[in-house]
Design a protein around this ligand. Structure first.
Ligand code: VG1
Ligand code: CO
Length: 550
């Protein structure tokens, strides 16, 4: 079908914005900011200018379905046509989970994709929106690309678009708009096929069909609903209704689509209740995060990465072994211990998935993860919520053990890295920055000092030199290592849209088999006090306790 009423590309004059620097994962702002004339358009034009020439290239577009997703996609399609793309793939309804977008970019050899999402941040007219560019490897643009995009935004004077009717996003079709072919594609099938090629679906089906293994997947009214229904209910045969909150809503039902014990409380009640389910899992707004629960049992994401690494050979996709692993710096060192035992390299990267891309592309790592409920592998270039859930289901099906037993046995073998993150959200930005700069000023004097009776062994401001392209990234968080096996990390969030969010990460290694079953906050209480004492969190944030503890 050909769309009528397409005029020649036209140039629209615009004013540059100074606040379009991408953060940890793309540009995230309030919807109202994105709705300012030219705001979205400027950023999109900056992306196209950076990757120019666009003529003849293929682009993937999709998002997590949040408020303003559809409007933004119409704008982006018309701009992409005006900028000369010859082929655009758009998820039906404007939907593509972040991992599915990465899969579609790679499978179709597109030059990249535009993903519309603010991930786990709430959605709605007064909430958050976001946009990011993923490159041809399917992964988030690396820093040199996001820096170049930001430079473009600073001098943006005009953008290109075409006059055309809106595209029907709801029906699978192939359309022609000027020189450009536009395919409205099934957002789920490529991704579901990829999952089926990696895991032992028949073993998982057998586990589920016994009826003794009861599970629930909470899509949190976010993008993974259709993916989870197709994979868990249709392909794996779980009873209909195993996926809850499975229809993506523009406001995620008014909640935070953030899979943690606080926000996924509906799921938590189902596994902790009297007749607790054997398995519960959830993912976030754009489907790249995961939380996995056993019967009355929570798996910390840092432990999850370590356990998946230790057991990778049991999964068809990794049966031949894994090349190496990586974790973001604040993630606990549990996976390091496994890597050492397996004699494979373990890399420590700054926070954000974009830093794993080079290592994955170079074949240096197979698995990677972050403490923030993100786990993934070289099958795509994004963290992948459902993949992690299927990995766990596959492990359970093969090991024939409940989640709690798998985790506890792991601790017995490797020791346990207690881990927690304390978030102080929307605090005064100047105060938060002042707190971090005072901490930085103390770094050189800290080693050797005792804080509340515990010796500081070393301290630094984390910097990373990428082993593949030698790019250097500085100021990634203040790390304090302690003589008792503990570590405290302070950093400011790069995804928030209001004030500053302070993240304090605390972890401590415990090898004594009698001390492996403590409550986490209790086990880390000494570290929590040391963090307060060294940084003055209460004084700078004006808060007596964190807003979110994970
Ligand atoms: C947070 C997490 C980080 C994650 C990023 C994007 O960033 O800490 O680990 O990669 O979100 O995840 P920050 O800068 O706010 O700490 V997602 O699922 O929001 O795309
Ligand atoms: Co996300």
């Amino acid at each position: 079908m050909t769309i009528e009423h397409v005029n020649q590309a036209k140039q629209i004059k615009t004013q540059a914005f100074t606040d379009q620097k991408p953060g940890t994962s793309g540009l995230r702002k309030k919807v109202k900011q994105f709705q300012q004339p030219g705001y979205l358009e400027n950023f999109v034009q900056a992306v196209f200018n950076t990757i120019a020439p666009c003529a003849g290239k293929k682009l993937v577009i999709g998002g997590d379905g949040r408020f303003y997703n559809r409007e933004a996609i119409q704008v982006i399609i018309k701009m992409a046509v005006a900028n000369g793309f010859s082929h655009i793939l758009v998820g039906q309804g404007g939907i593509l989970s972040t991992p599915a977008a990465s899969c579609v970019i790679r499978k179709n050899e597109a030059c990249g994709g535009i993903i519309l999402s603010a991930s786990h941040n709430p959605g709605g007219p007064d909430e958050d929106f976001g946009i990011k560019f993923n490159a041809e490897n399917g992964g988030p643009a690396p820093e040199k690309l996001t820096d170049a995009i930001f430079q473009q935004t600073l001098s943006m004077a005009q953008y290109s678009t075409v006059d055309a009717d809106d595209i029907d996003l709801d029906n699978l079709a192939t359309l022609q708009l000027a020189q450009c072919q536009i395919d409205i594609i099934d957002p789920v099938s490529d991704y579901a096929d990829l999952m089926e090629s990696m895991f032992d679906f028949s073993a998982m089906k057998a586990l589920i069909s016994t009826g003794d293994f009861r599970l629930c997947f909470d899509a949190m009214h976010a993008v993974n609903g259709p993916y989870a229904k197709e994979i868990i209910e249709n392909r794996l045969g779980a009873p209909v209704g195993s996926v809850i909150n499975g229809v993506p809503l523009t406001d995620f039902g008014g909640g935070h689509p953030d899979p943690n014990l606080v926000h996924a409380h509906e799921l938590v009640d189902l596994v902790y209740g009297e007749k607790g389910l054997d398995f519960g899992a959830a993912s976030d707004g754009d489907g790249d995060r995961n939380m996995v629960l056993g019967k009355a049992f929570y798996i910390n994401p840092c432990d999850s990465l370590a356990i998946l690494t230790a057991n990778a050979s049991l999964i068809p996709a990794y049966a031949k072994g894994i090349a190496g692993v990586a974790r973001s710096m604040p993630t606990s060192r549990a996976v390091d211990r496994v890597a050492e035992a397996m004699n494979i390299p373990c890399f420590e990267t700054p926070t954000g998935w974009k830093f794993f891309g080079n290592l994955l592309d170079a074949g240096k790592i197979t698995l990677c993860g972050e403490e923030s409920f993100g786990t993934g592998s070289d099958h795509i270039r994004e963290k992948d919520g459902l993949w992690a859930v299927l990995f766990w289901l596959n492990l359970i099906a093969v090991k024939k053990q409940p989640v709690s037993e798998i985790v506890e046995n792991h601790w017995l073998q490797y020791g346990r890295d207690y881990f927690t993150r304390h978030d102080y959200e929307a605090v005064d930005s100047a105060n938060a920055h002042e707190m971090i700069s005072q901490l930085k000023a103390k770094i050189s004097a800290l080693p050797g000092q005792e804080i509340l009776g515990v010796k500081v062994t070393s301290a630094d401001d984390f910097e990373y030199i990428d082993p593949v392209d030698n790019s250097r990234t500085t100021a990634q968080g203040v790390r304090i290592y302690l003589g008792n096996g503990g570590r405290i990390v302070f950093r400011l969030s790069g995804t928030g849209t209001q004030g500053a969010t302070l993240r304090v990460y605390l972890d401590c290694f415990q090898q004594d088999s009698a001390l492996l079953a403590q409550e986490t906050q209790q086990a880390l209480s000494e570290l929590i006090q040391i963090a307060e004492s060294v940084a003055g969190i209460k004084q700078f944030t004006g808060r007596t306790q964190p807003d979110v503890i994970t």
